[in-house]
Structure formats: C-alpha cells, structure tokens
Design a protein around this ligand. Sequence first.
Ligand code: GTP
Length: 596
Amino acid sequence: TEPGRLRNFCIIAHIDHGKSTLADRMLQLTGIVDQRAMREQYLDRMDIERERGITIKSQAVRMPWVVEGEMFALNMIDTPGHVDFSYEVSRSLAACEGAILLVDAAQGIEAQTLANLYLALANDLEIIPVLNKIDLPAAEPERYAQELAQLIGCDPGDVLRVSGKTGAGVAELLDRVVERVPGPTGDADAPARALIFDSVYDAYRGVVTYVRMIDGHLAPKDRIVMLSTRAQHELLEIGVSSPEPTASKGLGVGEVGYLITGVKDVRQSKVGDTVTLAKNGAVDALPGYVEPKPMVFSGLYPVDGSDYPDLREALDRLKLSDAALVYEPETSVALGFGFRCGFLGLLHLEIVRERLEREFGIELIATAPSVVYEVQLETGEALQVTNPSEFPTGKIATVEEPVVNAAILAPKDYVGTIMELCQSRRGALQGMEYLGEDRVEIRYVMPLAEIVFDFFDQLKSKTAGYASLDYEPSGLQEAELVKVDILLQGDRVDAFSAIVHKDKAYAYGVMMTGRLRDLIPRQQYEVPIQAAIGARVIARETIRAMRKDVLAKCYGGDITRKRKLLEKQKEGKKRMKMVGRVEVPQDAFIQALSGD
Ligand code: GTP
C-alpha cells in the first residue's frame, strides 16, 4: 500500500478505560474478525493478560477501511498500559503518526492518561480525543469532554463519544483516524530502515519481530542486520497481521508488519533496534534505542529444594520470550538454592513469578523486592548492590538510591491524605495542579524503594480507589540508608536483611523480630532474635525454651504411638532449615516474608 493510503495509530488510555474492548470492536467493524471467531480481547494473547485484563505485549493489526470510496489500510498498534513497560510504549508510539486518547466517560482523566499523552506529544503524534463507555448510566460526557478539551487545547465538540461495548461511534472514530492522522512519510529509495517496536517468542515459528518500515523496502530472502548488535539473519518470512499473520512480498515505506528470521531468543531482536539490509544498508540507527534495565530485584527460591534444576530450566525458557528478565544463581542460608532475578518493576516481577508457578508448576518463595543501590566505599571503590544481604558494613562514604517522578491524580478531597502518605514515604513535593474543578494532579519525587513497598495498595485503600499513580525513573539521590540484619541466636538470616532509611530501621527491626518470634516454634533452649545495624543491636525478642518433652504426652505406654510420633517429627524435619543451631520450619520463613 502506498504511504498516502496508510494510517498508523495506537490507542492510549489509563488501565481499564476500555482500550482492548474498543480494539475488538474495530476488528469486527472492519470485518477482519467475524462475530463467531471473536473472543473477548482478541489482541491479548497470554492467559495471564486475559485473566488480569491487562495488556503486556503490544502487537499490530492491519484493518481495511473505506472512506468516500477510497480504501485505506489502518495499522493499529497496541501498547502496554503499565508503567513497568513505558519504554515499550514509547517505541510503539514512535511507530505511529496518530494516537486515540481514550478516556472513560465515567472516570475522567487519570494518571496514565496524562503520562501516555505526554509520551505521544513527545513523539509528535496527532491526538484524537475520545470518551468511551458512553453507554454507562454514570457517564458524564459533557463534564469530561470539557476536561479533555482543556487538557489538549481543542474544542469540547471535537471530543468523540463512543462505546466499545455497544459499538456506538466506532465507525465515526475510524473515519476520524483517516481524516486526521497524517499518512507516513519516508524515503522509498533510501537504504531500508525498520523500527522494531515489539518482539514475541512463538514456540513454532521462533521469534516474531514487529516492525514499522521508515525508509526503503524489505522482502523475503533479504539478508538483514540488527544495528545494535550487527547480527545478520536471513528474512525467512515477512508479512502483516490481519489479525492472523499473512505472508507478503515485502514491506515498504510506512508499513507495519512482522519479520521471521528463525532466531530463537527475543534478545536477538531488541525493541527499539533498527533493522537494515546487510548489503547497502543504512548506517545510522533510528533514534531512541535503549537497553532494558532491571529496576527491581528479588530472590526466587523453590519451596521444594529438589525443584531447583527445574527452576533453572524454566528461567532459561522464559528468557527466550522476555528480553528484560535477568537472573543469576544465589544461595541463602534460610532458603537454600535459588536465583537473584532482575525485573523492570513490580508488575513484571509478578508476571514472571506467576508464569513460573503456573506454566512450569514450580512453587516459589520470593524475598522482599529490592532496588539497585550505588554504594561508594571510603576506599573510593564503588559497588552496585541488588541484594540487601550483600550491602557492605562500615566504611561507606555515600549511598545513592533510585528515585522516580511520581504523578498522582485524585479528587481534591484526598489531597491531605495523599500528601501524608507521600511524606511518610520520604517524598518531596514538586507541585500541584487542578485539572478541572475537582481533580488534582500532585507531583512528588520519591525513592523507588518506597513505591515498591506496597505504596500503590496503600494509595488505593486510602483514597477509596479514586487515586491513580504514574511514575518514571529520574535518576539517583543520596540517602542515609542502613542495612538491618536479623539474627537468630547470633546467626544472620540473610533473607531478612533489608536496606532502609535510618529513621525507619528501628521500626523494621521491631516488626521483623516480633513476626519471627510468633512464627518460629520453641526449641530445646532459649533463642534470641535480634535486629542489628552492623554490631549494634536495635531490637530483640526471645523464643523461650520448650518445657515439655513431646513424648511425655504418650504416658510411656503405647510403643506404636510413640513411634508414630517420632516419625511424624522426622517428616516435619525435612521441611526444616538450620540457621546455626536453630531449627526453623521453612514455612515460618515463607510467612515472615509474605506477612503484612
Ligand atoms: P488494560 O488492557 O488493562 O489497559 O485495560 P483496557 O483499557 O484494555 O480495558 P478493557 O477493554 O479490558 O475494559 C475494561 C473494562 O471496561 C471491562 O470490564 C470492559 O468490559 C469494560 N468496558 C470497556 N468498554 C466499555 C464500554 O464502552 N461500556 C461499558 N459499559 N463497559 C466497557
């Protein structure tokens, strides 16, 4: 298709504002998916995505649409809606000329609406403002059309109103896309350059790479090069999804489609990278490529130690489809053999963990998530700490932690509550703005570690679910952080070491020692549980010695009962871990790590 007849667009929205449902209606209305084949949220492929109603992986579909007798090809590029994947979102936006800004007509603008809008504007996209769910009785299209119009500086009458559920207004929306979104421009005679905006592992076909052609042309059998790695491959297949993959003779300027080269690992096909031809190819990469960088680390351990080899294999397999996942073996006194894994954020962590448990059937214990600390020793040596138990003791010059720019949107009645929460999480207020009469945007710089720890749940519960949050990394900040260790009878339990702000160290120590006191059963002798910063003990609890002999219960008589009891004890011991001389049921560790 010639560029003039192409329209490349995406839908950007806050979570749950109905992006996937609207996309489904478009597939139906353009006739590429018929009623019967339609299953809900066609574009979300992974089970987890469908169950949780979130979009993790972006994908593109090509839809025919006729306006005034002229046939257009609309490429809709789906974008993930969560902050963990904002780099993927930015690359998807870079593949488009226009964006539908979709807002729930019963909710109004939310934090991700703004974050996505800013990303779209940064990519020079034509913005089409749309209110969704107008079928809802609670919809207030007048009010939110005003709000949207004010935000992007258009007339409230220009804000389209649709329902992804009933299909109302969707045809008009597609007409508007053709009318407003410019066709792509590029140089057909220049060396081929294609932007990778997604790559997906497929068990049968290997990696499927989604690209947007910028210049030139790519065809089957071409030898291609990935500019970031200089790796060469032969193009086995090139085509478009409509929505099932359909091979074609090639892709030209502005077209969106997929490539298959037979590579088996998504790391060979990196989001943001530039594809060109091996012979007479382009020299300059497209701007904006960044290597994925893990922000949050956690130790993953099999509950059953004999699952360790399976866990290794499962991670090796997952890695093929997840370019951002990193891991290395780690051992813990308390938890045995496991892996220290790095993730883009908390959602990414949860997804990986759930896939390991569900797709590979491995029951896991995860240590508390940790961010990456930059530590300068007095000797001048610098280190990166991703595991709190490896935090150096003494001789530290400075510690820096990652911080984020957080934006919270909420009704104005909650401003006080929100500020209190952010302040208690070491936030620094940056500014506050009214977006309409009732809704306020509050901006904070906050340590990522404070957000990782339960912040979103707290925010939701303190605002009856009304507040929404978005954040982006904004570098490092020096902070007075210390490591708190937990000791059982003088032996350190590595899985419970934590890096906390010095003002919060005491509270952490008291909480953790108390929790373990309640979870660890009595031993033959008294066991002190201590929290310490270096050699300084800051909190202490004691597990008192067991008084009665377990066998005393058996009146000395019945030998078989006695044996049974002993056997039962043996059984239980298999699940015991030794920390120094202290025997701890593994369950106690699991509960202490997951406790609120
Ligand atoms: P993420 O993928 O998590 O970003 O969500 P989404 O924006 O794709 O939202 P989704 O399409 O999953 O819709 C969220 C919820 O809103 C679902 O329960 C839908 O059934 C419902 N919904 C979507 N569109 C409409 C609509 O037009 N009217 C009504 N009444 N409900 C809708």
